[in-house]
Design a protein around this ligand. Structure first.
Ligand code: ATP
Ligand code: MG
Length: 267
């Protein structure tokens, strides 16, 4: 059941973003980035640590404002956060004093639709595989379970866009693979556009329809690699291995001289 695929078109046009350093100097962080993300695509953003990926993601979220350029979602200029854009970060950031159920219900309550849609709470808890943990508080859950709850909390709003900042970065390899597969299932089912920051090349190859390779700060687009492997993807197929190699080479292509920051998925 794909609901949303005609929505979720993100147009990032000539976006630049500056920060001011402690000495008062303007520091260019994102430089003239243009990316066209079609409805229902799964885009991974990759680039060196500190290059500006989170900054770009937070600008799409409406948490930061671009200094130059624009970002439109389905032709509407993004100026502030909105429930049609769900967020999942590396740290699940659940409300510590609320049970799984209350965390997942939060978005419905915030939008004033809890009464009509309260049956969705159990549905989304089941969908992410947390049945039986409805009343549990976050600190009694493992990291992977907390991240599942964060996914349910974001998805219950039926977002057109899911913005993910290294959501599996803190998890062990086994849990990470399980949650990658679960994310593909959820994406296929709901059809939301996904934009995900990752340092894990294998993760990008397994998940993304499009991989954006960015330079060291200020982040500019080095290349946009289309990835048309069919799902479910075999991470050990020749095509996947070759794509991993190509992207790793591009990431290391002399745009920066920082230490190794990428994982090839081998633990
Ligand atoms: N609020 C802020 N004020 C000032 N500088 C900032 C702010 N947020 C980020 N920066 C700077 O902008 C640059 C890019 O940061 P950002 O978090 O976007 O990088 P990143 O690509 O996500 O890195 P990582 O892969 O390590 O998460 C960094 O140099 C950072 O110090
Ligand atoms: Mg980041």
């Amino acid at each position: 059941m794909v609901i949303n695929t005609q929505y979720g078109h993100i147009e990032i046009d000539y976006v630049s973003k500056y920060f001011v350093d402690p000495f008062g100097n303007k520091v260019l962080t994102v430089n003239d980035v243009t990316i066209d993300i079609k409805p229902g695509e799964f885009v991974c953003l990759m680039g060196p640590s500190g290059c500006g990926k989170t900054t770009l993601l937070r600008t799409i979220a409406g948490l930061l404002k671009a200094d130059e350029g624009t970002i439109h979602l389905d032709n509407d200029l993004i100026e502030k956060p909105g429930p049609e854009r769900g967020l999942v970060f590396q740290n699940p950031e659940l409300f510590k004093w609320m049970s799984v159920e209350e965390n997942v219900a939060f978005g419905l309550k915030a939008r004033g639709v809890y009464k009509e849609q309260k049956d969705d709470v159990q549905k989304f808890i089941d969908l992410v595989g947390l049945k039986g943990f409805e009343k549990t508080l976050p600190h009694h859950l493992s990291g992977g379970m907390q991240q599942r709850a964060a996914f349910a909390r974001a998805l219950i709003n039926r977002p057109k866009v899911l913005l993910l900042d290294e959501p599996f970065g803190a998890l062990d390899a086994f849990t990470r693979t399980a949650l990658q597969n679960r994310l593909v299932d959820l994406w296929k089912r709901f059809g939301m556009t996904c934009v995900m920051v990752t340092h894990d090349v294998e993760e990008a190859v397994v998940l993304a329809t499009k991989i954006v390779v960015m330079s060291s700060r200020p982040a500019t687009v080095i290349d946009i690699v289309e990835n048309d492997l069919s799902y479910p993807r075999d991470r050990n197929s020749m095509h996947a291995i070759e794509l991993k190699k190509q992207i790793l080479e591009q990431l290391h292509s002399g745009e920066f001289s920082d230490e190794e920051t990428y994982s090839d998925g081998i633990e």
